[in-house]
Write a protein that binds this ligand. Structure first.
Ligand code: PMP
Length: 395
């Protein structure tokens, strides 16, 4: 048995953080009122903008919290009370958008997909064409099923019907292509612990169009939350970008230092190379899984995400037992979140610092473990498919 630190963590967040990022974060203690810290923060904001393709000086907010807080903060600051929202839900986190909108008093309609599928674009356009919707809320990569929404097309449909689009990029930012301003994504939310390769604790909200900025300003700070009031945070973020100090609430100083380092490394890898790496590894994993006779939850290749793969367990295999056995073999995967997938599926996260050895290892352990559980598997069949893709794609 390997010692703990040799475990391979393949959950869809938190992901493995580079030791370099962590060392950087622990190298010193910055107080949030120092100019040195303000400069690091300012650099983190600028680098984040370039990773998501946000033009100019559109506001980016980073404060203590998780992805859920970023979702809620974005809604309550940009949408007026009583706004009508259309949620496109592909699973657990799409439903979360709807629930956050409901508890904040918005008038919510939800379009649901079948499990493993996405809602038809024509159907969404038809609903928006009825008029009266202020916002469209969607999850870029639905972590509970491993499907990816067509954000580019959704943004163009939303703009046609003069509806703001909010995108949950928690499981996609820095791993899936996303060009916020050019695509017309008004609001993007994400968090630190996924493909941004930083420990949990930073909520991130980015406004990527002038439409979104106008909507924020029209609300004029009229928000029923003190902590989440973005008009106050905006002054702090602008100060940091100018290398000055301002204060609304104490930011997560260590995490911002780690995040700035992680963003630097992401840009050093290069976005195109990074997206390609995620794409090839995800494809190799899916082919390996299919070669074992298992079914991927995402119904079609073109909607299968490059960051998380949900898989149906073979008949008679309990996912909890499978996860336990894989953990004994030092690979950690995740159990299902989607109610319709409970008891019959598992999830593998492959985002951030994931590499080809992780994919080879998880498919190898999976085939051996399933065989030991009595599933009819030809040892090596999954691995052969993985190797073939890695060889062809030259990764
Ligand atoms: N959206 C998606 C797509 C997610 O995967 C998650 C977390 N797994 C969240 C939102 C919520 O983020 P957090 O747990 O950081 O609040």
């Amino acid at each position: 048995m390997y010692p703990d630190e040799r475990r391979i963590l393949l959950t869809p967040g938190p992901v493995v953080f580079s030791i370099d990022n962590l060392r950087y974060m622990l190298s010193t203690v910055y107080e949030h009122t120092s100019i040195d810290f303000a400069e690091i923060y300012g650099r983190a904001i600028k680098k984040f903008r370039s990773i998501i393709g946000a033009n100019g000086n559109f506001p980016v907010f980073m404060f203590s919290g998780s992805g859920t807080l970023a979702m809620e903060a974005s809604l309550i600051n940009i949408l007026k009370p009583g706004s009508r929202v259309l949620v496109v839900s592909h699973g657990f986190f799409g439903d979360r958008w709807a629930e956050i909108a409901r508890v904040n008093g918005y008038d919510v309609k939800v379009l649901y997909s079948d499990v493993g599928d996405i809602v038809d674009l024509g159907f969404i356009a038809e609903e928006l064409s009825k008029g009266g919707y202020d916002a469209l809320l969607v999850t870029h990569v639905e972590t509970s099923t491993g499907v990816r929404a067509d954000v580019r097309s959704l943004a163009s449909i939303a703009s046609k019907y003069n509806t703001l689009i909010f995108v949950d990029g928690v499981s996609s930012v820095a791993a899936e292509p996303l060009d916020c301003s050019r695509w017309g994504v008004d609001v993007l939310v994400t968090t630190s612990q996924k493909a941004l390769e930083t420990p949990p604790g930073v909520s991130i909200v980015a406004l990527c169009t002038s439409r979104a900025v106008k909507a924020l300003e029209a609300n004029n700070g009229n928000v029923r939350s003190f902590y989440m009031r973005l008009s106050d945070w905006r002054k702090v973020m602008e100060a940091y970008e100018d290398g000055r100090i301002s204060y609304h609430a104490t930011p997560p100083t260590h995490l911002i230092v780690a995040l700035e380092r992680a963003l630097t490394r992401i840009l050093e890898e290069g976005l195109e190379a990074r997206f390609k790496r995620h794409y090839i590894l995800a494809k190799a994993l899916r082919e390996g899984i299919r070669a074992l006779g298992l079914e991927v939850v995402a119904k079609r290749e073109e909607i299968a995400s490059n960051t998380v793969t949900a898989v149906y367990t073979p008949q008679g295999v309990d996912p909890i037992e499978l996860r336990r056995r894989l953990a004994r073999g030092n690979i950690i995967i995740a159990l299902p979140l989607h109610p319709a997938l409970r008891g019959k599926s598992f999830r593998i996260g492959h985002m951030g610092s994931v590499n080809h050895n992780d994919i080879v290892a998880v498919v190898a352990l999976l085939e051996r473990t399933l065989a030991s559980m009595g599933v009819k598997i030809e040892l090596g069949s999954g691995l052969r498919a993985v190797q073939q893709i890695l060889l062809t794609e030259n990764l």
